[in-house]
Design a protein around this ligand. Structure first.
Ligand code: SAM
Length: 201
């Protein structure tokens, strides 16, 4: 698991996590635009991660790292080595849709992932959800709305991208003049611990 202090020049900067970062170009641009933040991209396709980290090294950027993992298996473990109070922003941009019902358990936004984010995001931390498929966007929003630690910033889809950079997929969708469904969730409070029956008395 990553040693965050070894990865970043200054581990105390706020951390933005991008889940399913693909080739990592979105985060690369974010790291230029927001040098006071650290950025970490998580991606299941290892060759993309190797290429993105090599590219990062060539450019000498010290606030950006890409990690090869399956977020639905490893996120909790990754967070165990995360210094407290630094995770302030998460983006899940155009996750794979997995249309067939029997494949939908492969979608990244599952209750366990939402629970992990609720446990490690700071209060006031933001989760950006974008998709070009309304059903996928709605399902992601349902998962976050179901969790008591998150509230949605607006009931309507956000009109525009409020992040300073567009992801590769968002650029491609805009070129095709197709809609993008965007929502922002904010962590309002720490999750209530699961109390045993004995503790609840
Ligand atoms: C459609 S692409 C979107 C890429 C990028 N976020 C964008 O907006 O341009 C979805 C990415 O999520 C990655 N991915 C899918 N499931 C994953 C998982 N369980 N853990 C980590 N990455 C995953 C895929 O390999 C792919 O690169």
């Amino acid at each position: 698991m990553p040693n965050f202090s070894d990865i970043y020049a200054d581990v105390n900067k706020p951390l933005h996590l991008d889940i399913g970062c693909a080739r990592g170009r979105f985060l690369w641009q974010m790291a230029q635009v927001e040098p006071k933040w650290n950025f970490m991209g998580l991606e299941i396709r290892e060759p993309l991660v190797i290429e993105a980290n090599n590219w990062r090294d060539e450019q000498g950027v010290n606030n950006l790292h890409y990690l090869f993992c399956n977020v639905n298996v490893s996120l909790g473990k990754i967070f165990e080595s995360l210094p407290t109070g630094i995770l302030k922003r998460v983006s899940i941009l155009f996750p794979d849709p997995w249309f067939k019902r029997r494949h939908q358990t492969r979608r990244v936004v599952q209750p366990k992932l939402v629970e992990d984010l609720a446990n490690y995001l700071t209060v006031g931390g933001e989760v950006f959800l974008h998709s070009d498929i309304e059903e996928v966007a709605n399902k992601m929003c349902d998962r976050f709305s179901e969790h008591s630690s998150f509230y949605r910033s607006s009931n309507d889809w956000l009109n525009e991208n409020i992040l300073p950079v567009l992801s590769e997929r968002e650029k491609a969708t805009n070129i095709k003049n197709q809609p993008v469904y965007r929502a922002l969730f904010i962590k309002s409070e720490e999750p209530t611990p699961n109390l045993s029956e004995e503790e609840q008395k």
